[in-house]
Design a protein around this ligand. Structure first.
Ligand code: GDP
Length: 375
């Protein structure tokens, strides 16, 4: 259905634009093309490339971003035609992560992901040179150079992996030293309000802002609700099509989730795609074998939720998420999850008492199994 496709692609590009903004860029124009099979050389068709080239030249555009992952060859070919820097979704996200990495651990993880992204692209450079030099069998200095480059990159990757392994071990010990306290992890799509919620309940000062991936490093705080202490961690936000290099290098950050006793899955219910976000997060949970953990669904930003009423005589083919009232959403999720759901506003501090109570109850259930004689 064409209308739905257009709606989807608009939402995807909204997100990409938000990513570009987070990286410090400003978006001048958007181009879309419906293609069944991407062009192996330039991803999009030649007519579309011409349109873009026209716009790029006219407006002196420095960077063109693609929402999908490009092959190294496609990236090079497009760069040659447009004479602009070509980024794909992965390299854009890597760029943001590089800007935002605060600790040496996060920096090492990002560096590793960047080199992993670079390695096949060096190979692309090689085939490109090979063609210029007259094909297979031509062993020129260029090839040796690139082989050297590749070896340097591979060595660097091996080194970074070792460094991470070492820190991973230290972190594992640290986590082990935290004793038998119940561990709760805040998880959710990026920008849903995890850090804000962390601040509100732990009265701490975690960095929160309206950009993607404000949090790269895990923050762990000891929280006490009604004399019951537990550990609360805030982890890197998930996002649709998170580059695989990143999922792998952020493994240890995800360990925090893997080792948690209870998950608080935070959702931005005011976002038109919130159900898709839930699916993306659940996919990552599946991948790290954490889908079966006790989970409280925390629907945040209820202050920002706009309910769209439908007129009786409107012809509606399909209800959008906004056509439900918050009450209807509550009932829907109650049916799916039982009573482990909450509707709150971390910003306006709405329903936070209910939030504390629910978290307390769930933590207490786990706590009792762990310290049966103290209760
Ligand atoms: P995180 O990426 O999930 O950690 O999200 P943040 O805590 O950094 O919040 C992202 C943005 O959403 C910030 O601009 C927050 O001020 C905003 N935000 C968080 N909670 C709420 C809420 O309950 N209502 C509204 N309207 N905005 C919120």
């Amino acid at each position: 259905n064409q209308e739905q496709d257009e709606e989807k692609s608009k939402e995807y590009l909204d997100e990409l634009e938000f990513l570009a903004y987070t990286a410090g860029g400003e978006v001048g124009a958007r181009f879309t093309q419906k293609i069944d099979i991407p062009n192996p050389k330039t991803f999009i068709g030649s007519g579309k490339i011409e349109d873009i080239k026209h716009y790029v030249d006219e407006n002196d555009i420095g960077t063109v971003i693609f929402d999908d992952e490009l092959t190294p060859a496609q990236q090079k070919n497009i760069e040659k035609i447009l004479k602009a820097k070509i980024l794909d979704r992965t390299s854009l996200i890597l760029d943001i992560f590089a800007q935002r990495a605060q600790t040496s651990y996060a920096r090492t993880q990002v560096e590793l992901a960047q080199y992993q992204y670079l390695l096949p692209r060096l190979a692309g450079l090689w085939t490109h040179l090979e063609r210029q030099r007259g094909g297979i069998g031509m062993r020129g200095p260029g090839e040796t150079e690139i082989e050297t480059d590749r070896r340097i990159v591979r060595d660097r990757i091996a080194l970074l992996k070792k460094k991470l392994e070492k820190i991973d071990k230290q972190m594992e010990t640290q986590r082990g030293n935290r004793g038998a306290l119940v561990r709760v992890a805040l998880i959710g799509y990026t920008n849903v309000g995890k850090s804000t919620l962390m601040n509100v309940i732990s009265k701490s000062d975690v960095f929160a802002e309206n950009k993607l991936f404000a949090t790269l490093d895990t923050t762990v705080r000891k929280v006490v609700i009604g004399n019951l202490p537990f550990l609360l961690s805030d982890t890197v936000g998930f996002i649709r099509k998170l580059p695989t290099q990143l999922v792998e290098s952020f493994k240890s950050t995800l360990d925090e989730v893997r080792e948690a006793d209870l998950l608080l899955h935070v959702v931005d219910i005011s976002h038109p795609n919130f159900e898709e976000h839930i699916t993306s997060v659940n996919q990552v949970l599946d991948e790290i074998k954490s889908a079966d953990k006790p989970t409280i669904m925390v629907f945040n930003k209820i202050d920002n939720y706009e309910h769209q009423t439908i007129d009786e005589d409107d012809l509606v083919t399909e209800k959008t998420t906004k056509h439900f009232t918050l009450e209807e959403w509550k009932n829907t999720w109650m049916n799916r999850m039982g009573d482990t759901i909450l509707f709150i506003s971390a910003l306006n501090k709405e329903n936070l008492e209910e939030f504390r109570k629910k978290v307390y109850e769930e933590v207490r259930k786990i706590h009792i199994t762990r310290f049966p004689y103290n209760n």
